[in-house]
Design a protein. Structure first.
Length: 229
């Protein structure tokens, strides 16, 4: 599981995972979910893997003390619930639609069969897992060595898909300062302070959604002395 969104994995040549996962076959079901609807909940039996065709998914964890924390945002082209393949009997997170979503659910037995019998799918899935693990390592380094200000800047760049073909997009989901604070391990007041600072410096702007500008990327890369570790 990754804590961040925007994890992109190139599929092997001539293999189309969305088509493969939605084509006929036992153990695969495509379901539409409405905004704020749960796909699965923490503590439920883990007996399937999900693949996101459309929409964004929020992953949350509820502690024994009743405190909820956001631990990941997922988007089209990503899997969730794959822990069942590693012997996890119960869901460790709750997955909730942040917007209307289309999800393919594959039973554990069907998933294992596809991985065994379909080399192209197995290659795609392994590439996804490797990319996800790389992102987890990046997140850990970010958490250990960067300031909360720089962690917030990095998260905003990821959510805005910076670095993909040099194109920036507004963050197209409703995301609160509380959620941003949970994801970077700081307080909402600190996130509010940094967001106001970024806006005044022209690094971000607001027009219905957060718009991330290239100047924020330059600041993160230390081309401009706005952010400090």
């Amino acid at each position: 599981m990754t804590r961040r969104a925007a994890l992109k994995v190139p599929a092997p040549a001539e293999f189309h995972p969305a088509y493969f996962l939605t084509c006929g076959g036992m153990g695969k079901v495509t379901t539409e979910y409405k905004k704020n609807q749960n796909i699965f909940c923490q503590g439920e039996t883990a007996d399937s893997v999900c693949y996101i065709l459309n929409g964004r998914i929020k992953l949350t964890v509820l502690s024994e003390q009743g405190k909820e924390a956001v631990v990941g945002l997922l988007e089209p082209g990503q899997f969730l619930g794959e822990g069942c393949l590693n012997g996890h009997p119960l869901r460790t997170v709750t997955a909730t639609a942040m917007q209307d979503c289309t999800i393919v659910t594959i039973t554990k037995s069907a998933m294992l069969t596809h991985l065994r019998d379909e080399p192209a799918f197995a290659e795609f899935f392994v590439a996804y897992l490797l990319a996800r693990n790389n992102r987890i390592e990046e997140d850990l380094i970010d958490q250990l060595f960067n300031s909360s200000e720089k962690r917030l800047a990095r998260l905003l760049l990821i959510l805005a898909h910076y670095g993909e073909e040099g194109v920036s997009h507004p963050i197209d989901i409703d995301i609160s300062q509380e959620m941003l604070a949970e994801m970077i391990g700081t307080t909402r007041s600190r996130v509010s302070f940094f967001m106001n600072k970024f806006r005044k410096l022209g690094l971000v702007s607001y027009d219905g959604h957060i718009q991330v500008h290239s100047s924020l990327l330059a600041a993160v890369l230390n081309r401009k002395p706005h952010l400090h570790s």
